[in-house]
Design a binder for this molecule. Sequence first.
Ligand code: S5P
Length: 299
Amino acid sequence: MHPTTIKTYAERAKLHPNPTARRLLEIMERKKSNLAVSVDVTTVKEVLDIVRSVGTKVCCVKTHCDIIQDFTLDFAKELVRLSQQMDFIIFEDRKFADIGNTVTLQYSAGLHRISSWADLTNAHPLPGPGIISGLSSVGQPLGRGLLLLAEMSSKDNLATGQYTTEAVQMARQAGRGFVVGFIAMNRVDIPSPVSKIQKVNGMVNGHGHGNASVNGNGNGYGGDKEMEDYLILTPGVQLSKGGDTLGQQYRTPHQVIFDSGCDVIIVGRGIYAVKGKEAEVAEEYRKAAWEAYERRLRC
Ligand code: S5P
């Protein structure tokens, strides 16, 4: 059993150093919801209609701001207002993938000014650690959080094996302040052998640093308070297994939360494409994912 999966979301919230991760975990516990809705629609009105109908059921609303044809910062302001009123966090699924200097600008400037309204965003680790440094220079002072894409849900994607391992390694190297977790299909953050040794002996490489971190920046396992805690958010979820015609692959909430030990399911078409019944269907997903979490805790 992974050390993180035996703790409640509330217990994890108390220990998390990042304000966005803490708020997300608190909301999950308060609303009994580990469901994120992905509102992949192309007008402001459609986005806000969906958010207003399912906002009370979810812990997180995920956006793709670059597909919204009439996006304005007033829309973003309204989304922030709803996030406070309906108690969810906003995750802009921007999937940054460029050098540090460019992503810094993409995150803070342009038409979308993502860092001004999105609590959480994500990035591909492909360009190397500079992407994290660039994004954190903007996001960390604002208390934002970043997820790295360690795995993907689409068929034959390249984010597997060594790439996934190195994505997790990169997050650990970056420290605990800004990188709060992963987009992944599994509990990818398995404790590294060094961390285990450190936990048992209280030292690394025989240097006897007690609770010091593995790499000197406070992100190793230095005892329970210092235990790393990554959030795993998982897309590719519907109530029954399957896929679409473009390589998306779906698993059920139970498979994702119970079998794979992930934290949050991300559901797009499973909710917003069921026109007129979005709230009812969202409730079904919320219930299924929450029951899977409760069952996991009892194991
Ligand atoms: O690997 C991934 C990563 C992401 S963030 N696979 C994904 O599907 N996503 C996103 O999750 C994708 O961009 C979309 O917004 C959502 C899944 O949508 P659905 O309609 O297939 O549920």
